[in-house]
Design a protein around this ligand. Structure first.
Ligand code: CA
Length: 388
């Protein structure tokens, strides 16, 4: 079988409500799907991390840079293809957009390989360690309202996510370290004393401010403190990890085994959050996972994007061995964005409807059946939301 075409589909729509995190507000939802076609009619789907104009630029890398390198290759040869492409891109970017672009292509090759073999991705990745995956719901995005309005909205949203059946919840911070503590208290009061919650700073703090907020998280028994400081500040990560009781997590902005090596060898993280649609795709994710587990660092995947990304992650989370193992190990969780996202809810011919699964099962999602990712995007939907 030969690869005959590599095509990007950039989907966009305007959100009813603007959403914010510590770095910016956004009012447009986007997704970057990659379709790899073959001479035998089989098609594989992948997804690249990177919203808005980043997706537009990544499309050029996918179609104009990577496609000519892999036309005519056998899609099953995904590790060989990965290394050929990486070797040619290396001099032009070992992190960031070239690797995001490669990620979507690699995921599509795994989808194709599964379809050729008649095996779901979780089997190709080594088999299931669990039949269903616990799901945490994130929400509590920043808005433009004042701090008092934020406090009451965060309390209500957190209570709603708990009520919806998710096993844990995650909030944003970024209104300044003092106001952020009010937000965190609001979420804790909305969910009660026992329900697990996590806090995502999207690297907005100095180490000193992160320590100030982190002490409050220690008192409020938060599960993890995500991207407290800039991803380049590995020493800052290490200091916080030593000084705080709360788990320090991060890694969504790190790429390839060579980038992850420094985070892991530096003992920077209690919980690693690799993003498969950014760090190099499934081929590279499996290497990063092995490296994380080599350092006995638990992994909870970062998940963002459309139903394609969610499906890929469900397979990978099902196939993830427990670390260090035992009768009652801590389970990895699926990150699920509870805010408005048509590309997650309505993209597929047969939607996964994870909120309904969570409601029915008390917090779990099942792994899609069928070969490859086990999901099929609806061509009519893609056409409707595609930008050219
Ligand atoms: Ca995050």
């Amino acid at each position: 079988m030969k690869i005959t075409r590599v095509k990007s589909h950039i989907l966009q729509y305007e959100l009813d409500r603007e959403l914010g995190y510590s770095q910016q507000f956004y009012s447009r939802r986007s997704a970057h799907l990659v379709e790899v076609q073959t001479d035998e009619g089989l098609t594989g789907w992948g997804e690249c991390f990177g919203p808005g104009n980043v997706a537009i630029a990544n499309r050029t890398i996918v179609e104009e840079v990577i496609q000519p390198m892999i036309l005519g290759c056998d899609p099953v040869d995904r590790d060989a293809i990965w290394h050929n492409v990486y070797n040619l891109l290396r001099d032009h970017g070992q992190k960031g957009m070239p690797i995001q672009a490669l990620s979507g292509v690699d995921i599509a090759l795994w989808d194709l390989t599964g379809k050729i073999a008649g095996l779901p991705l979780c089997k190709l990745a080594g088999g299931r360690h669990r039949d269903r995956v616990p799901v945490y719901g994130y929400g509590m995005m920043l808005g433009r309202e004042d701090i008092d309005a934020h406090v009451s909205r965060f309390r209500d949203e957190a209570a709603g996510i708990k009520e919806a059946g998710f096993v844990a919840t995650k909030m944003k911070v970024g209104l300044g370290h003092r106001n952020d503590i009010r937000l965190i208290e609001a979420v804790r009061s909305g969910i009660g004393e026992e329900f697990p919650f996590m806090v995502d700073a999207n690297h907005c703090y100095t180490v000193a401010d992160a320590f100030y907020v982190g002490q409050a998280l220690d008192e409020m028994n938060a599960y993890w403190f995500e991207e407290p400081v800039a991803p380049e500040d590995l020493d800052g990560y290490g200091e916080l990890r030593t000084r705080l009781k709360t788990n320090i997590s991060g890694g969504e902005a790190e790429f390839t085994r060579w980038g992850w090596r420094h985070l892991l060898e530096g003992r920077c993280l209690d919980i690693a959050q690799p993003e498969v649609c950014a760090l190099g795709g499934i081929s590279e994710y499996l290497k990063v996972l092995a490296l994380a587990h080599t350092h006995f660092t638990p992994v909870v995947n970062h998940v963002w994007g459309s139903a394609v990304a969610v499906a890929a992650n469900l397979h990978l989370l099902a196939a993830m061995p427990p670390v260090p193992g035992g009768l009652n190990p801590r389970e990895p969780m699926l990150e699920f964005d509870t805010t408005d996202n048509l590309f997650r809810d309505d993209l597929l011919v047969e939607p996964m409807d994870i909120p309904a699964q969570v409601r029915r099962s008390g917090g779990y999602a099942s792994v899609p059946e069928g070969p490859g990712l086990g999901v099929e995007p609806d061509p009519g939907f893609i056409e409707r939301y595609s930008v050219t």
